[in-house]
Design a protein around this ligand. Structure first.
Ligand code: CDP
Length: 245
């Protein structure tokens, strides 16, 4: 498949490769209850990026020396499958997956009442079955929905989306072609996660951006997160309605 390259038209207007508006998300598809063996599960797809999350627990932490008697432990394991990209990647954990696992824990922990689960663990397994950038955000969105689906007490869902800058233009939800954008100032990628009332639980920045534009990018992401949050809630409600039938 060939995609149109990002370009700045002679009018000076910036065009995204897939023709999206600067604040337009990729098409989203979300559903809970996709892994019957898990206590809770969800699939979250944003364009060609697809994440599945499965939650097991809260359950007694083993081995015993890993238990924290003060509070429960959230243990996230992010894995990008070797078949998720065109060029097969080495299977199994690596530095990147360990970093993203840790970041996912930090993004989700603020909404969990871990103090209510001393010595216990909540295991969240995140599998990326197809990757086209934004996999950490898709993984966090799926994980948040899977935790709610598992009935884990939460203050709110967590919603994640990446804001970014292509040359000088701020955009939302970068795909891989945009993450590889090379013109002008190049790409800046800012993955962010928010609570339901818009508080930031996670933020990263890869690239360069001025403080003023960063502020603007965060606000764009916060607005987009509201759209995603509605889709997450609808998927959870649909599953409850489905159970009633
Ligand atoms: O996926 P995310 O944007 O959260 O993280 P990234 O490390 O910035 O990776 C961006 C994208 O690069 C991934 O979503 C994949 O599409 C691609 N990638 C890859 O093709 N091979 C890798 N080993 C790592 C990432």
């Amino acid at each position: 498949m060939t995609t149109k390259k990002s370009e700045t038209k002679s009018s000076g207007k910036f065009e995204r490769p897939d023709g999206r508006k600067v604040n337009e998300l990729r098409p989203i598809w979300a559903k809970v209850g996709v892994v019957p063996n898990a206590d809770g599960s969800a699939i979250y797809a944003s364009g060609d990026t697809i994440a599945i999350a499965a939650v097991y627990g809260p359950k007694q932490m083993h081995p015993q020396h890993s238990q924290n008697p003060e509070k429960g432990t959230l243990r996230c394991t992010y894995l990008m499958n070797s078949f998720s990209v065109n060029e097969r990647i080495k299977p199994g954990p690596n530095r990147r997956s360990m970093e993203i696992s840790k970041i996912t824990e930090w993004a989700l922990e603020p909404v969990l009442m871990l103090k209510d689960f001393p010595s216990q663990v909540i295991d969240v397994h995140i599998n990326i079955i197809q990757a086209d950038a934004g996999t950490r955000c898709a993984g966090i969105n799926a994980a948040s929905m899977a935790l709610a689906h598992a009935g884990v007490p939460m203050k709110s869902l967590v919603t994640s989306v990446s804001a970014g800058k292509l040359d000088k233009t701020l955009v939302i939800d970068l795909d891989k072609e945009e993450e590889d954008f090379e013109e002008g100032e190049g790409p800046t990628d800012i993955p962010l996660s928010f609570t339901g009332d818009g508080k930031i639980t996670h933020m990263q920045l890869d690239g360069k951006i001025s403080p003023a534009q960063l502020k603007e990018a965060v606000e764009m992401a916060r607005e987009s997160a509201k759209e995603i949050h509605k889709i997450q809630v609808k998927a959870l409600k649909d599953s409850v309605e489905g159970d009633k039938k």
